[in-house]
Design a protein around this ligand. Sequence first.
Ligand code: PSV
Ligand code: MN
Length: 396
Amino acid sequence: MENNDRAREAAAALDNFKIEIPSWGFANTGTRFGKFLQPGAATTLEEKFADASQVNALTGATPQMALHVLWDLPESTADVPKVKQLAVRYGIRPGSINPNLFQHQEYKLGSICNPDGSVRRMAINHLIESARIARELNATDISLWVADGSNYPGSQSIRKRIGWLEEALQIAHGELLPDQRLLIEYKPFEPAFYHTDIADWGMAAQLARAAGPQARVLVDTGHHYQSQNIEQIVAWLLHTELLGGFHFNDRRYADDDLTIGSIDPYQVFRIFHEILNEPDPMLMAQIAFMIDQSHNLKGKMEAMVQTVMAAQEIYLKACLVDRQRLAELQSEGQIVDAEECLRSAFWIDVRPMLAEWRIKRGLHPNPLTALRESGYIERIESERAERNAARSSTYA
Ligand code: PSV
Ligand code: MN
């Protein structure tokens, strides 16, 4: 394929590259040591929708916002009409529904893996309730992160907990409509530090199979051990048709929630390259690209816009790989040339192409500049400063 054709194809691929942004990325959050409150942080669900809408207006790439049940719908299904109204008012669709199985006192020893059957029932009921919310909001995905685990060897039965997990996930799966999916997220550690019940992609994949045909695996890029080959995991999940989607963020040490590509953009590029290698367009279209970052130091609006831009830049680079040539070089065993073929796409400065792509779609060539010039940040800071100042900056 000629370079020009590849560039045209890449621009078209970018049109389909939609990224879901998280409601929790706009609110004040922090580390377990404390929070640095931002005057412009969203203090209500309406403000989260307003911020998400602004990010979408600037980037043209984020039409959906993920919702966390306890944080965004504390009254459960009773909050659905309000969410629907806000979605229409701000032109942002409710995205994945995230149950919360980690904040109640009852979950000290786990939620759906708790040794106490009544606590497991409480957690399962929350999953059933979350599925109802998803149905009422026409949300396709339920994104489930299970924080369960234990801190000391011998303190819990790992085997029994596997059984309880399977049981709960099968029940949750039974609540899905035919076009809905249950995305199972894994994480090696934190909050548990000895064993985590869904610690890696193999466990998540096995649980997805056990749960039912509409269950998939959710890959949070921050949830891996140091130097793990994430693109290989992605290749396997594509091969087994179990890849549901991604939570984007970057890490240096652990689940750091840093901006995607800020530490290792080449890793992100290799993940996108593996996805773009998928020959089945249907399978590719089903991958949910979501951001899971909540910035404590960067300004929230700037961080979100910058993240979308970074993801688009790296995705576009991966689209520019000469895949046909690469396949030839691989089969000929041309190690250096194959590597150069991949690497050279990574080093293309795609920012001018992206600027052109944006201008053609009526967007500012640089959404971050547009955000700064729009006066939006100053406006929300003056509107929300008092409410944010009244909040506690510690978890005491
Ligand atoms: C947990 O670390 C996680 O990645 C899960 O996806 C949660 O839903 C999200 O972060 C917000 O706490
Ligand atoms: Mn996540």
